[in-house]
Design a protein around this ligand. Sequence first.
Ligand code: ATP
Length: 595
Amino acid sequence: MRLSDRMNNRPKAKLKDVSVRRIWRLFHGYWGQLLAIIGLALVAAVIGLIPPLVMKEIIDKAIPQGSMRLLAVMALLMILLPVLSGVLGVWQNHLNTKVTQGVIRDLGQTLYHNLQRQSMAFFTDARSGEIVQRITGDVQAVQNVVTSLVVSSITQIVVVMTTVCILFALDWKLAIISMIILPLFVLPVKKVSKVRKQLRMETQKVRSDIASQLGESFGISGALLTRIFGRERQQEAEFTAMNQKVMDLELRLNLVGRWFGMATNTLGPLGTAIIYLYGGYSVVTGSMTLGAIVAFAAYQGRLYMPVGTLLNLQVELATALGVFQRIFEYQDMVPDVLEAPDARPLAQVAGRVTYKQVSFAYKPGQYALRDVTFDAQPGEMIALVGPSGAGKSTLIGMIARLYDPTAGVVEVDGVNVRDVQLASLRSQIAYVTQESFLFHATIGDNLRFAKADATLEEMEAACRQAYIHDFIVSLPEGYDTMVGERGHRLSGGERQRIAIARAILKRPRILILDEATSHLDSESESYVQVALEELMQGRTTLVIAHRLSTVLAADHILVIEAGSVVERGTHTELLAVGGLYARLYRTQFAKAVEV
Ligand code: ATP
């Protein structure tokens, strides 16, 4: 997949309200600490105002009057004041970090929570690397801005305000002159912000692409595919291109920022030059003392520096808006499978499953299922057969509400699945997929995924039923054996039987089964088959059938074609009809007999 394709292929989400106000709302819950920071900043600002006055006293009084006592007091103040502001600084810094880390933690938490609420539709569209990047990389990327927002904005605003007051108190004319040049530096802010925001967004997008590429090419299946097709070089070239792009973008981002920083840094010398020019003239004409002009110039530094910092901060904030936009996109995603506010828990069901005129479209107008109606009595087995892409997987996903029908109703024991609490519904359903997924953990941990408090005895019983216990205990570490990424340290058949044991442990009333098409060796296959039969005992089962034994054992067979049920009945009835099923039987199932 090319870079541009990857970029276009990201999850859609509504984008609204990426404003500074929304960013401030992240600090909700930290107002107490923010107030403390403001208080500390105020005290520090007031302390910061004293040293120029000390200088003024030394130049205008202590030295001309030859007062050693005053000189000593002023010198002592010069030592004590920085110590005091240093101590306050440490305290303020601690509070800043606490607030920043709190906001970052909250952001990660809300993103994770919202991702867990998403339906399968989201995960089939999104790339896992992108998700990881947004929840870790993007959240980390805004950390600096969050810190600056707290530290810089509060502190600098306080410093600017107190300084402006004292400048006017010292000499209002000089104060106005020193502020005249400020608007010059505000002008480029908007342009610089826009450029940097665009660059930052692009950087984060490419980073997501890198994360996705890494996840895909170094995941087991991707790594295997890469080696089989000998695509290592191409993949490396793709990575190199993206890696280089990040570097280029970061360089441009930095350069734009540096130029702007340089421009604001010239603010100080320019202002000071004007003050000394005008102030020097006032001293010469005797309308101002030398101490006053030195103090004034010192205060002016306290004005220009924070103004420069604030302007930079505004640019940084605008730059980060692009990243916030990506974070808020994920925060605002509304899951398309939602639990009704008045949903009630579903009591233990007998296991009757009813589909009433169910239609479903992944995209508006493109129907994957049309008007599907059937009824499975408790304990019955319904086999679904049909050509590839007919809609079988889509159909079985609706019971556990992996997707919701676009039209029609799915009921369990006569209750619409949309009216009950998701957890209570899903706790009664087990789903054994074609490719059994195991987490990178021990066999025991994987089994406990179905039942967190399962005892060893329970696990062993389930594994015996799934014909995998003997194998597990033959391993040196038994149930504590790590299964490897996605369970790839085990064979396909072993993985499947562990997945079946996991489903048994759940004791579901309804079982959804997607039979593996991959041919295991006949010994494994027969083990899996017997394990599945054990699992189906007494449970309502919907199975996407690929084996002859399954269709023969089914109470009903639904033949699906292009999203519709085109034939239904038992194996013998359907063969007699001589339609699609009969054709499928000859091409698919009869072949299976030979195996
Ligand atoms: P197979 O036996 O090959 O697994 P299936 O009968 O299970 O096929 P489904 O996976 O249900 O078929 O797919 C039904 C149709 O919906 C197909 O045309 C498929 O391309 C389409 N489809 C499946 N998943 C999605 C998706 N996430 N987004 C859009 N279209 C999809």
